[in-house]
Design a protein. Structure first.
Length: 383
C-alpha cells in the first residue's frame, strides 16, 4: 500500500556534537546551518516500521547472545532543544536503554535505563552510539561521551545482565578518542574495538596523536574546493581520515595495543580519498565475519549511505565493495548487521516517527547476502 507523507531533504544537521551549556571552542566557530529542514512531499512507503514507538532510539547495535534472544543496544534520543548544526549539537543524549526480542517481528521489550551519564564519573554529555560485547557470562557496554573539556572518549561499563544496569569504569578507556565504538569478536576468541567518526565525532582532530581544538578542523570540507564547496581534482586531496582498531585486553575494559589506522582502499588498492564523499569513512563502523571474509561497513555521513568494504583479516586493509543501505529519512544513517537463526539482519534507523534529525527510531529488516558474498543493497523506501 502506498502512503503519502513528508520526507526531509537531507541538507544539513551532521552527526557530531557540541555541549549545550558550555560551548567548546570549535562550537562557536561552527558553520551556520539551517535549523528548519526543507520539507518535500513525496509518494513513498517505508520499507519497514519502527521497532518501538514509546521512546526515540537510534544507532542500533544488534547482537544475539547465549540465550538466543536478540538484544539491540541503541542510542536513546531526546529533544534537548538544540538546533541542528554540522557538529551534531542536537544529539545531546544522556542515557542508554536496551531493547530485546525473541525473534525479528516478536514483541519488543524496552528495558530499564542501562546507564546514565550521571553515573559515569568522567563523562559530562553526549552519550552517542554504543555497542556491547559478552564474555564469560559478563556483558560490556562501550559508549562514547564528552568529558569536561568537550572531548570525546570511549568508556566501558560492566554488568552480569545483557540489559544492565551497567557499572561504568571510573575513567575512559586509556588511549581511546572520538566516538562510535563497535566491538567484534573473532572466531579465535579475540575481541577488537573499531572506533572513530569525523566532523562532530572529532576523529579529524587527532591526526597528530593529540587533540586539536582548532575551529579549522570542525569538518573535512576544507579538502573540497574552497570556492565551490565541491570536489575539484586540481585541489589538494589526501587519504580520508581512517577509523581505528585496537585489540581489547583480556579484561575487556582496556586496549591490549595502541590503536591502529584501518585502511579502506579502492579496487586498485589505492586509499579512498578525502574528497570522495560517496565512499570515504565518516562514522558508524561495524564488522562481521561472513565465511572467511571480514566485512567492514560504515556510514558515509554527508552522502548518507551505509557502505561496505571487505578484507581477509580484522585489521584490513578493506577493499570498497558497494552500498548496503541507501539514504534514509533524516541526516544520519547508522546500522548494524547480525545473524539470527541463519539469516542476516540489518538494524538501522530513520526519523519516520518525528520527522526530525535528532529524534530517530530503529528498524530491523532481513539482509540478503549472495552466494558470492555480495550484500544486496537495500532501499529504505518502497516506491
Ligand atoms: O547518535 C549520535 C550520532 O549520530 C552517532 O554517534 C552517529 O553515528 C550518528 O548516528
Amino acid at each position: 500500500m502506498r502512503t503519502s507523507y513528508l520526507v526531509i531533504a537531507m541538507a544539513l544537521g551532521a552527526a557530531a556534537c557540541a555541549p549545550a551549556e558550555a560551548p567548546e571552542p570549535e562550537a562557536a566557530e561552527a558553520p551556520a546551518v539551517e535549523t528548519t529542514p526543507e520539507i518535500v512531499e513525496t509518494e513513498t512507503a517505508y520499507l519497514t516500521a519502527p521497532l518501538v514507538t514509546e521512546i526515540y532510539t537510534a544507532d542500533p547495535s544488534g547482537h544475539v547472545w547465549e540465550d538466543g534472544r536478540i538484544y539491540i543496544y541503541p542510542s536513546h534520543d531526546i529533544d534537548a532543544g538544540i538546533p541542528d548544526d554540522d557538529l551534531g549539537s542536537q544529539y545531546a543524549m544522556e542515557d542508554y536503554i536496551v531493547l530485546s526480542m525473541d525473534e525479528p517481528g516478536g514483541e519488543v521489550t524496552i528495558h530499564e535505563t542501562a546507564l546514565h551519564v550521571d553515573d559515569v564519573p568522567w563523562a559530562v554529555e553526549d552519550m552517542w552510539a554504543p555497542d556491547a560485547a559478552e564474555k564469560d557470562g559478563m556483558y560490556y557496554l562501550y559508549f562514547p561521551a564528552k568529558d569536561a573539556d568537550g572531548v570525546f572518549h570511549i568508556g566501558a561499563a560492566v554488568s552480569d545482565s545483557p540489559t544492565g544496569p551497567f557499572t561504568a569504569e571510573p575513567e575512559p578507556i586509556e588511549g581511546s578518542f572520538s566516538m562510535d565504538p563497535t566491538v567484534f569478536e573473532d572466531e579465535d576468541g579475540a575481541y577488537y574495538m573499531y572506533f572513530g567518526g569525523i566532523w562532530g565525532g572529532q576523529l579529524q582532530r587527532w591526526e597528530t596523536g593529540e587533540y586539536d581544538a582548532s575551529p579549522d578542523l570542525n569538518t573535512d570540507l576544507q579538502y573540497d574546493d574552497p570556492t565551490t564547496g565541491e570536489d575539484d581534482a586540481s585541489f589538494d586531496d589526501r587519504p580520508a581520515h581512517a577509523p581505528r582498531i585496537a585489540k581489547l585486553a583480556d579484561d575487556m575494559i582496556s586496549f591490549a595495543e595502541a590503536p591502529k589506522e584501518v585502511l579502506i582502499v579502492d579496487e586498485n588498492g589505492d586509499p579512498i580519498m578525502m574528497k570522495d564523499h560517496d565512499r570515504r569513512f565518516f562514522e558508524a563502523a561495524w564488522v562481521n565475519k561472513i565465511g572467511e571474509t571480514y566485512y567492514f561497513s560504515y556510514s558515509t555521513g554527508d552522502t548518507h549511505k551505509i557502505v561496505y568494504a571487505t578484507g581477509d583479516n580484522p585489521y584490513g586493509p578493506f577493499t570498497w565493495q558497494g552500498v548496503v543501505l541507501e539514504p534514509v529519512e533524516g541526516w544520519t544513517n547508522h546500522h548494524s548487521i547480525f545473524e539470527f537463526e541463519g539469516q542476516h539482519y540489518l538494524a538501522y534507523h530513520d526519523v519516520e516517527l518525528s520527522g526530525r534529525n535528532h529524534l530517530r527510531n530503529v528498524k530491523l529488516v532481513p539482509l540478503e547476502i549472495t552466494e558470492d558474498g555480495e550484500i544486496v543493497m537495500l532501499d529504505p523506501f518502497v516506491e
